[in-house]
Ligand binder design. Sequence first.
Ligand code: HEC
Length: 142
Amino acid sequence: MIMPVRSTRSHTSVANHVKKTPAQAGVFYFLENKVPVNKLIIFFLSLCLSSVAIAADMANGKVLSAQCSACHGKDGLSRDPEAPNLAGLSALYIEKSLVDYQKGARHDRRMSLIAQGLKKSQIKDLSAWYSAFELTAKVPDI
Ligand code: HEC
């Protein structure tokens, strides 16, 4: 019978030579450091709680939208021909647009300035607010 030869190298030394993705690095961290199960549970519970904490606050979005309504309309339907409607856009799209204006991936002399003044949580709140508007569209009768 052929017995498998046990490697003398530890997991750590092999692992150090392998390029790891951040997720793999996390798993290796737990394995190599033998993190006790109760600490793991606390870690995952805190992840769940933190995602609750960053959930969007639509009511705050409504308050914040006062600074947007001059151009985008109180009802999210713009009166300014250069400003698009925000009512009913997906939260994902609104959030991405505002982050893009902030980071310079998208540029507009007004929006870039306005987005600079918004915190991440405020962007989420505004996105939740405008995305909750319900729209009905009337297709032109031609
Ligand atoms: C001074 C007028 C003005 C104000 C105030 C303003 N916007 Fe805008 N907004 C614009 C214009 C103009 C555009 C189109 C810019 C472009 O062409 O990229 C725009 C674009 C956007 C877009 C991209 C929409 C799309 O369809 O791509 C979002 C999202 C947005 N604004 C959100 C906001 C929010 C949220 C506020 C308030 C915090 C706000 N804006 C305040 C004028 C304004």
